[in-house]
Design a binder for this molecule. Structure first.
Ligand SMILES: CC(=O)SCCNC(=O)CCNC(=O)[C@H](O)C(C)(C)COP(=O)(O)OP(=O)(O)OC[C@H]1O[C@@H](n2cnc3c(N)ncnc32)[C@H](O)[C@@H]1OP(=O)(O)O
Length: 409
């Protein structure tokens, strides 16, 4: 097989969809296909052709994503698929290698993705940068700690999601800079968040929304669905499925969760994509009731070490020489001196002796501030050449709050 790689055009759309449907083994409902097309930047897509046949594809969304210290441009890698007839013959490897070179040439220092399977992307230098929790809370377990915040000026308002979009946008935009991993939403992306076709509902009825506000305006919102049900004994057995909740302050956040945990006729509250440090963990009187599960959220690839490391802020001063191993992006594979304090950072190529040695995937894992390098050292993935260097870099790269994109792209 001899492969040719090129960006796809609108004319390739039906072939692209056919490859993705075959690769994922599932039809893409027409309204999702339309949304995907609206979000697609064709010039940032990449198709792999065996002769005239499209056998693999991927694309990049141009995101503005929050990293420690503020927003930066990030390439959001998506829609990776290889025809089952052509799998395990290097098609993905060719696509990833070319895509990373394109990102580098474009000057985008960082890429991020959601992985369908966690084993796929480490070999291409992506590191598991953010974790996400799933919660499955019985309504009976929703009691709060006695000192949970309450603000009498706050009130709740039930709204129709389609009519309150501006409210959600206002709250989301105010929350955007607060958590690494969150990315700015275009109108087309909001269409997706608020999409309410039957296929979006998953059998759980229409999207519902509640806003927390005071006389000054909105301070938070929650989007969710309720799958109403009854037991054989005619007892209420509904399930509330949370899509997202944002509170701009602790009292608004607590009030929204009080509402979610206390809807009549609901016996369980299920939430996905929650950050690993979700304040709910500390609001519940009995956090065992979360029945929490732990998954990978964003995978991050440092495409260009020299640009990426100074693009974020650091929690503590650090001055270390890092030897980066990177077989896929050879421009990164060398020693770099990172000198940073809380006001800014510099990263310069050096020939000095290394203080620590790590694969580029580790830099990606630590980039958003949620993966302690010290833990990766304990796992044997980071090698320390100067005593204390890992602890210094680990403390500098750590960031609060924990990263989480929360919305799969
Ligand atoms: C960001 C996103 O879009 S996530 C979505 C990813 N896509 C999917 O999950 C759709 C279904 N799967 C597929 O389309 C394909 O199997 C892909 C894209 C995952 C892999 O494509 P391939 O062309 O088969 O990958 P390629 O042949 O380049 O494999 C490279 C290496 O990765 C390994 N690999 C690739 N996919 C997997 C996997 N799912 N599980 C385990 N190993 C894998 C291969 O074994 C190979 O290892 P080797 O170098 O030791 O031989």
């Amino acid at each position: 097989m001899s492969l040719t790689l090129r960006p796809m055009t609108e004319g390739d759309w039906s072939d692209w969809i056919a490859v993705d449907e075959e690769a994922f083994g599932a039809p893409i409902p027409p309204h999702r296909e339309e949304r995907f097309k609206e979000n697609t930047e064709f010039e940032r897509s990449l198709g792999a052709y065996d002769g005239d046949l499209l056998v693999g594809a991927t694309a990049v969304f141009s995101f503005t994503m929050t990293v420690p210290g503020g927003p930066i441009p990030v390439g959001g890698v998506t829609a990776v698929g290889v025809l089952p007839s052509h799998r395990r013959r290097g098609v993905l490897t060719a696509l990833m290698t070319r895509q990373l070179a394109d990102l580098h040439e474009r000057g985008e220092a960082v890429a991020a993705l959601y992985a369908s399977e966690a084993v796929i992307y480490g070999r291409f230098g992506y590191g598991r940068a953010a974790d996400t929790m799933t919660f499955d809370i019985p309504r009976s377990g929703g009691a709060f700690v006695p000192h949970a915040p309450a603000d009498p000026s706050l009130r709740l308002r039930i709204v129709r999601p389609a009519e309150a979009r501006e409210v959600f946008e206002k709250v989301f935009d105010a929350a955007l800079g607060s958590r690494p991993g969150l990315y700015a939403r275009t109108p087309a992306r909001w269409d997706g968040v608020l999409g309410d076709h039957e296929a979006d509902q998953g059998g759980a009825g229409p999207l519902r929304a509640v806003v927390a506000e005071d006389d000054g305006g909105p301070r938070g919102y929650a989007l969710f669905r309720i799958k109403a049900d009854w037991t054989g004994n005619n007892l209420p057995d509904g399930e509330l499925r949370l899509k997202e909740v944002f509170g701009l302050d602790p009292a608004a956040y607590a009030l929204l969760w009080r509402h979610l945990l206390d809807r009549d006729l609901v016996s369980r509250i299920k939430a996905w994509n929650r950050p690993a440090d979700d304040p709910l963990i500390h609001l519940l009187a009995d956090a065992r009731q979360l029945n929490a599960g732990w998954l990978d959220d964003l995978w991050v690839r440092v495409v260009d070490v020299e640009r990426a490391l100074p693009a974020r802020r650091y929690s503590a001063p650090v001055d270390v020489v890092i030897e980066v191993e990177d077989a896929v992006c050879p421009w990164n594979a060398r020693r770099w001196r990172l000198s940073a304090d809380v006001s800014g950072a510099r990263c310069t190529p050096v020939d000095d002796a290394a203080d620590l040695v790590l694969p580029v995937s580790v830099l990606g894992a630590a980039y958003l501030g949620g993966r302690p390098l010290a833990a990766l050292q304990a796992a044997g993935v980071v090698r320390e050449a100067r005593a204390g260097a890992v602890r210094e870099l680990s403390a500098a790269m750590a960031w609060d709050p924990a990263p989480c994109a929360g919305l799969i792209f």
